[in-house]
Design a binder for this molecule. Structure first.
Ligand SMILES: [Zn+2]
Length: 391
């Protein structure tokens, strides 16, 4: 593809770009506002459904779909109810999504055309609906069949499901959005091999992907589980970072592998989800058995209640999830510094990333606590300085 590529900046010229920092603060603020608006619309929608009798009215309209493979489980009603709610939400919030797209183009982050953006939007939505319906049918089947222990079974099945998805995602899901290519043998693969040897571990594959078709930002990640485990590196990094800088980034990803972080995140998420399901169980029994608000636990009209509880719980545990993620990321940075000893290249890679990705290096503590799943780059730079002083 024909693309304009900046030459790699000489190492001594890499500094935090203050003008870009100003832009980053505005960009992040506007994007946060957009997500608040979407959340607000979701909250209003759920309140309308719960408190105006709208949920019951939709439930009545779907009464004809009475197929009942298990006593009390009406899979067609559940699916249609969910589709109606989700599609209305998607349509109402579509202008906000579109505004977000034009914003990221204006700030020079997205390089997607409207057509390719729409394509990704629809593929993502289709995936979301298929996965959402699968999980919801599982929940309502178990609500009908095992009204007291459904939450435990759902938690266990979801744990199993996340392990399978983590394994399949790099070969099944991500290729829907990006093309992956094994990184050609060369200096970088040799550096990574040496790092992995020192850590007594094996890296199953290093791939680059065509991030530059969609964005100017750079990223790298560890993904997959078992036989699909791999390190992936955006081509937007390959072009603009020195090999030493990329080596520290690879060492960070290797750190995630050495620390078994994907397993840690799956297990901590599953425990948190199980807690949420148990609370949902209490609320469901209370609304049905004490308040008599619904015909039964598995009544499709309870879907808005389940969605409301899920959203509320997700919002409350978001800082916890982000805190766990920031901790894990801090440890991976530490591993990168320790295993390579390359403090300056680490700082240069971080600095380049802050400039390139328009990330605010010093958000307010509250914003960091609520929304940041990585430590802000200011802290990652300080971590490297502290590491240098101690060694
Ligand atoms: Zn990481």
């Amino acid at each position: 593809m024909d693309m304009e590529i900046d030459a790699v900046q000489p190492a001594q010229q890499v500094e935090i770009d203050q003008e870009r920092q100003g832009k980053a603060k505005t960009y992040e603020r506007v994007r946060r506002r957009l997500s608040y608006i979407s959340m607000g619309i979701g909250a209003i929608g759920v309140c309308l459904l719960l408190f105006t009798g709208l949920a019951g009215w939709i439930g009545d309209r779907l009464h004809a779909l009475g197929w009942q493979p298990v006593h009390g489980w009406f899979p067609l009603q559940v699916m249609c109810f969910f589709l109606i709610v989700m599609l209305v939400y998607e349509i109402v919030t579509a202008p906000i999504g579109y505004y977000g797209f034009t914003l990221s183009r204006r700030y020079g982050m997205s390089v997607m055309t409207l057509k390719s953006w729409l394509r990704d939007l629809f593929v993502g939505l289709a995936l979301e609906l298929v996965l959402g319906i699968t999980v919801l049918e599982l929940i309502y089947w178990l609500l009908a069949a095992q009204p007291d222990t459904w939450w435990l079974w759902v938690g266990l099945v979801l744990l199993f499901f996340s392990v399978i998805m983590a394994n399949l995602a790099p070969v099944l899901l991500f290729p829907l959005f990006y093309k992956f290519r094994p990184m050609p043998e060369g200096d970088l693969t040799r550096r990574l091999l040496a790092l992995a040897n020192r850590a007594n571990t094996r890296v199953r594959g290093v791939y680059t992907f065509d991030m530059s078709r969609k964005t100017t930002a750079a990223n790298a990640a560890l993904m997959g589980l078992g036989n699909t485990r791999r390190i992936v590196l955006g081509d937007t990094m390959l072009d603009r970072y020195t090999n030493e800088e990329i080596e520290v980034v690879l060492a960070h990803e290797l750190g995630h592998h050495v620390h078994h972080d994907i397993w840690k995140l799956i297990l901590s998420q599953s425990l948190i989800t199980l807690g949420g399901l148990y609370l949902a169980n209490l609320v469901f029994h209370w609304t049905v058995e004490t308040q008599h608000l619904y015909a039964g636990l598995a009544d499709a009209a309870t879907i808005p209640l389940l969605l409301a509880l899920t959203a509320l719980f997700g919002f409350i545990v978001m800082p916890l999830n982000n805190g766990i993620s920031r901790y894990v990321e801090y440890q991976a940075d530490h591993y990168a510094l320790q295993s390579t000893g390359m403090v300056e290249p680490f700082k240069r890679a971080m600095t380049r990333m802050a400039n390139q990705n328009l990330s605010d290096i010093q958000p307010s503590p509250l914003i960091e606590f609520l929304f940041y799943d990585h430590p802000p780059i200011g802290k990652r730079l300080k971590h490297a300085d502290g590491y240098m002083e101690r060694t």
